[in-house]
Design a protein around this ligand. Structure first.
Ligand code: ZN
Ligand code: ZN
Length: 256
C-alpha cells in the first residue's frame, strides 16, 4: 500500500492511498492534483473520504465523480456534495480492502470526522483533516474548546505508531508557537530542526505520528506542568485540561 501527499492550493495536502491498481483520496479540495496522480500511476479512483465541509476539502469532489468507481463518504451532520454515504461515530468504512473506523471529532467544524485504520497492514493510519496538525490543531470555527479538547484527547489515545495524515502543511509555524509555550522541550527542538530541513527541500513534514505529537504538540500536552504554567500565564482561569486548551488556542490565534 502506498501513501502519497498530493499538494493542493497553497498549503493543503490531498492524501492518496493506493495499491498500484486502485486509489482512495481524502479531502480532494481540487480535482487537478488527483487526476494527475491517477494518470501518472495508472490508477482507478475507488473511493473518496471527506472529513468536513470546508471548500478546500470538498471543492474537487464533483469534478472527480466521472472517474469515480466507488463511493464518496463523509460526515452525516455536514453539508457535503451529494450523493454521498453519510457516516457517524463508530461506523466502519472499507476501502481498498482496509477497514477504517469513523471517529467524530467536533471542534473545527460541528460534524468533523476522522478515519482511523488499526494497522496490521500497512501501519495504523489516521486521516484527521483540520482537527490535528503537526505541532498544532485546527481553529474552532463551529465548536467549543471543551469539544475540541475532547476530540484531540481521543486522537492522542490512538497507538503511538499511527501515521497522522493532516490536511495542511502548517508544521513550521505551529512549532514556533509550540516553542513559545515550551521553550525547554528538547524533543520539540530536535523535531523543529528536522522539519526546517525537510521544508528547505520542499518535502512534506507529514505524515507525523501520534507518539511524536504527544511529545511536541502543546495542544496534546495540556496536563504537562510547563504547558499548564504557560497557559495560566496567558489567562487560563484554572489548571483544568479544557481551560488550559482554551487559553492555548486563544494565545495561538493572536501569536505572530
Ligand atoms: Zn477546515
Ligand atoms: Zn482545510
Amino acid at each position: 500500500m502506498n501513501l502519497i501527499a498530493l499538494p493542493a492550493f497553497a498549503d493543503n495536502y490531498i492524501w492518496m492511498l493506493h495499491d498500484g491498481d486502485r486509489a482512495v483520496v481524502v479531502d480532494p479540495g481540487e480535482a487537478g492534483p488527483v487526476e494527475a496522480a491517477l494518470d501518472a500511476h495508472r490508477l482507478t479512483l475507488a473511493g473518496i473520504l471527506v472529513t468536513h465541509h470546508h471548500g478546500d476539502h470538498v471543492g474537487g469532489v464533483d469534478a472527480l465523480r466521472p472517474r469515480l468507481r466507488g463511493t464518496v463518504h463523509g460526515p452525516r451532520r455536514e453539508d457535503i456534495p451529494a450523493p454521498y454515504e453519510p457516516l457517524d461515530d463508530g461506523d466502519v468504512v472499507e476501502v481498498l480492502g482496509l477497514r477504517f473506523d469513523v471517529i467524530e471529532v467536533p471542534g473545527h467544524t460541528a460534524g468533523h470526522i476522522a478515519y482511523f485504520h488499526q494497522g496490521g497492514e500497512p501501519v495504523p493510519l489516521l486521516f484527521c483533516g483540520d482537527t490535528l496538525f503537526s505541532g498544532g490543531c485546527g481553529r474552532l470555527f463551529e465548536g467549543t474548546p471543551p469539544q475540541m479538547h475532547a476530540s484531540l484527547a481521543r486522537l492522542a489515545a490512538l497507538p503511538g505508531d499511527t501515521r497522522v495524515c493532516c490536511a495542511h502543511e502548517y508544521t513550521l509555524s505551529n512549532l514556533r508557537f509550540a516553542h513559545a509555550v515550551e521553550p525547554g522541550n528538547e524533543a520539540l527542538a530536535r523535531y523543529a530542526a528536522w522539519c526546517e530541513a525537510e521544508r528547505a527541500q520542499q518535502r512534506p513534514t507529514l505524515p507525523s505520528t501520534i507518539a511524536r505529537e504527544r511529545a511536541v504538540n502543546p495542544f496534546l500536552r495540556c496536563d504537562e506542568p510547563a504547558v499548564v504554567a504557560a497557559a495560566v500565564a496567558h489567562g487560563a482561569p484554572s489548571r483544568g485540561g479544557s481551560d488550559v486548551f482554551a487559553a492555548l488556542r486563544q494565545w495561538k490565534n493572536e501569536f505572530r
